[in-house]
Design a protein around this ligand. Sequence first.
Ligand SMILES: Nc1ncnc2c1ncn2[C@@H]1O[C@H](COP(=O)(O)OP(=O)(O)OP(=O)(O)O)[C@@H](O)[C@H]1O
Ligand SMILES: [Mg+2]
Length: 129
Amino acid sequence: MNGPIIELINLTKQFDGVTVVDHINLSIKENEFVTLLGPSGCGKTTTLRMIGGFENPDEGDIFFEGKKINNIPPYERNVNTIFQKYALFSHLNVYENVAFGLRIKKLSRRRSTGPELVGSRNGYLLGRH
Ligand SMILES: Nc1ncnc2c1ncn2[C@@H]1O[C@H](COP(=O)(O)OP(=O)(O)OP(=O)(O)O)[C@@H](O)[C@H]1O
Ligand SMILES: [Mg+2]
């Protein structure tokens, strides 16, 4: 597709009156590999949690393939989240942990078995958080 896959428009989140994500704007196109880098507490995880649907933004919008997904529950978003530590499968290696979300979506083997497919057309993965 030509437009961005994920687009954040003025995305804002507060906890207890403190703004932890402040009007972030971000556009991610197909096959782009994007890393959020910043000091501890700057809002990286909160941003990923909003994209995944685990936190609701206080302001702003999240678009996925051009469609606003603010009110779509996590299980209906075409986004997989790999949690940092405790939710990893200890019996699987890194490769298998990354592939898991794509495999249960029953993507073809070519699309579903490799970390190199992060951000590919039919499966999108959010990394460490
Ligand atoms: N559920 C919550 N309730 C209240 N405050 C929260 C909540 N989640 C995060 N925060 C606060 O929001 C701020 C941003 O946290 P966040 O976890 O997004 O940071 P981060 O950039 O991922 O940090 P790190 O690099 O340590 O993972 C921090 O001050 C954190 O304490
Ligand atoms: Mg974090």
